[in-house]
Design a protein around this ligand. Structure first.
Ligand SMILES: Nc1nc2c(ncn2[C@@H]2O[C@H](COP(=O)(O)OP(=O)(O)OP(=O)(O)O)[C@@H](O)[C@H]2O)c(=O)[nH]1
Ligand SMILES: [Mg+2]
Length: 273
């Protein structure tokens, strides 16, 4: 199975792969384990060491060819998994220039499923407008003229960019693409009690509506993911700091139940078969 990670810079793609690898290798996922690793997984082992020190993973370089290629056992079944970890900068460039990176295009056409990444702490709705915005719009010389930059795709809001991406992607495919929507840094969500789907419909409305109206071509499910288990910059609470990285990491499944990092992969495997 080829699964595609879709997300702009710093949306949590590599962090999820690292935590997923830790979960599988340490057999924390019920009924899913690694039989053998096929490619170099050093970047994942390094990531786990970083998580152990409460450090985030490094950003992925544009020319990186890192990928998770493993053979998994799911009960009696054997599944090969190939998940390239490309830099979010490549996707950003594709969206801004409206020209597919050839490598990315090949993956888009051949992928069996995808994970679409959005980072929760960047999308939480603002309770109050920011002072700078108020000043700009209420000021006497706040005419739309001089300071307004020319429109470009880079100025679109993250939810419009995500919809733009899915539209561009569907234009390249005739087959449906199952999508696990990953809300990363879920530990930073203030209204976590809402559950991932409800959070999406409140915080990323346009994407939520687009997914709903294209469910036949984009069967999907929404997961909250905390790959780090918390915010390293704020420091983890003592009870979490003493745990192994694969025990800190968690997923909130579409049902609202806490689950392991393997849950989005299991959903994708089911959606594809
Ligand atoms: N609070 C919190 N922050 C997280 C979590 N996972 C990732 N982050 C933050 O998100 C940043 C980016 O994560 P990465 O996994 O490197 O993101 P990426 O999508 O691989 O980014 P590129 O390699 O640039 O494409 C990290 O440096 C952390 O600051 C999490 O579980 N919780
Ligand atoms: Mg990365």
């Amino acid at each position: 199975m080829n699964f595609l990670l879709l997300g702009e810079q710093a949306t949590g793609k590599s962090s999820l792969l690292v935590a997923l690898y830790g979960t599988l290798v340490n057999q924390r996922a019920e009924n899913l384990r690694i039989v053998r690793t096929i490619d170099d997984v050093e970047f994942l082992s390094r990531g786990l060491l970083a998580f152990g020190r409460q450090e985030s993973v490094r950003r992925t370089e544009v020319d990186s060819q890192a990928r998770l290629i493993v053979e998994l056992a799911r009960g009696e079944q054997r599944v090969s998994l190939d998940i390239p970890d490309r830099s979010g900068e490549l996707l950003k460039h594709t969206l801004d220039s409206r020209l597919w990176d050839p490598d990315l295009l090949e993956q888009v056409v051949s992928a069996d499923g995808a994970m679409l990444f959005l980072r929760a702490d960047r999308l939480e709705p603002l309770e109050h407008p920011q002072p700078a915005l108020i000043a700009e719009t209420a000021g006497e010389d706040a005419s739309p003229s001089a300071a307004a930059p020319a429109w470009s795709p880079a100025l679109m809001e993250p939810d419009a960019r995500a919809v733009d991406l899915l539209q561009a992607l569907l234009a390249q495919r005739s087959r449906p693409l199952p999508v696990a929507v990953i809300i990363s840094a879920w530990d930073s969500v203030s209204a976590a009690a809402l559950g991932p789907r409800e959070w999406l419909s409140q915080s990323v409305l346009l994407l939520d509506q687009y997914l709903t109206s294209n469910v036949a071509r984009l069967p999907h499910a929404v997961f909250g993911v905390s790959a780090q288990g918390g915010d390293f910059t704020a420091g983890l609470p003592a009870n979490l700091a003493g745990e192994d990285p694969w025990d800190r990491a968690y997923v909130v499944a579409p049902s609202g139940q806490r689950d392991t990092l393997a849950a989005p992969i299991i959903w994708l495997l089911d959606a594809v078969s």
